[in-house]
Write a protein that binds this ligand. Structure first.
Ligand SMILES: [Fe+2]
Length: 229
């Protein structure tokens, strides 16, 4: 039997709730990094890609166009281009459609899915302004335009302050994190796989994240992919 340290013996039972889970972030310049999501110890993968110039020009136009560009669809990789073209009926946005369809293909291949739930949003304000975890297995998130998603490393979070217990206080006041320096953010164009609470074995370790504040006149173009069922 292992000896108990004197420090632990002196602390009343029930006061300490050590977090037995360790979670890390893995980053890489190539899409192959996405496969690291299968490591139990990861809860965020960031593919640090840069968007090509022609794609940047297209998504900037898309974000500020007057038409409603918000939609949610369930699609198969083989149908992704045609379904997206139906939703975004303008050849100017062809590079964007191709890129999104490629992400659908990668996401479905990575997780062995026949189809994925795609959601596109043009955001003029913060959609989920408080830090939270998602109750999904894993979500792909990428911001084509505007400021990107903010997140906290697993070790920076006091999970007791998540959800209801921190509801009346702002993230700054709740004690969820120690300092503003703990808040990290994705970059425009980067592709993130954020493990949620429903990933097998990941309860209590979903990536904590939030939507950033959006400056006036600088909308975000956000694409997410989810398991469809
Ligand atoms: Fe979320």
């Amino acid at each position: 039997m292992n000896a108990v340290s004197p420090e632990l013996m002196s602390i009343p039972q029930g006061v300490i709730e050590p977090d037995p889970k360790f979670r890390k972030v893995v980053t890489g310049k190539q899409p192959v990094v996405l496969a690291d999501i299968y490591e139990e110890s990861t809860n965020l993968i960031i593919w640090q890609r840069q968007l090509p110039k022609e794609l940047v020009a297209g998504v900037n136009d898309l974000a500020v166009s007057r038409r409603d560009r918000n939609f949610s669809v369930v699609l198969k990789p083989s149908d992704a281009r045609s379904v997206m073209h139906e939703e975004i009926d303008n050849p100017r946005f062809g590079y964007f459609v191709d890129d999104a369809a490629e992400l659908v293909d990668m996401f479905c291949y990575l997780f062995g899915l026949d189809e994925a739930g795609l959601r596109l949003r043009v955001l003029h304000h913060s959609m989920c302004p408080k830090f939270h975890v998602d109750h999904v297995p894993c979500r792909l998130v990428t911001t084509y335009c505007g400021v990107a998603t903010e997140w906290l490393a697993h070790e920076s979070v006091d999970r007791k302050k998540l959800g209801l217990s921190g509801a009346e206080k702002s993230d700054q006041e709740s004690g969820l994190y120690q300092t503003e320096r703990d808040i990290q953010e994705l970059a425009r164009g980067e592709v993130a796989l954020m493990k949620g609470e429903k990933w097998p074995g990941n309860k209590g370790a979903g990536l904590v994240h939030r939507s950033p504040a959006v400056a006036a006149g600088e909308p975000r173009l956000l694409l997410t992919l989810d398991f469809s069922s």
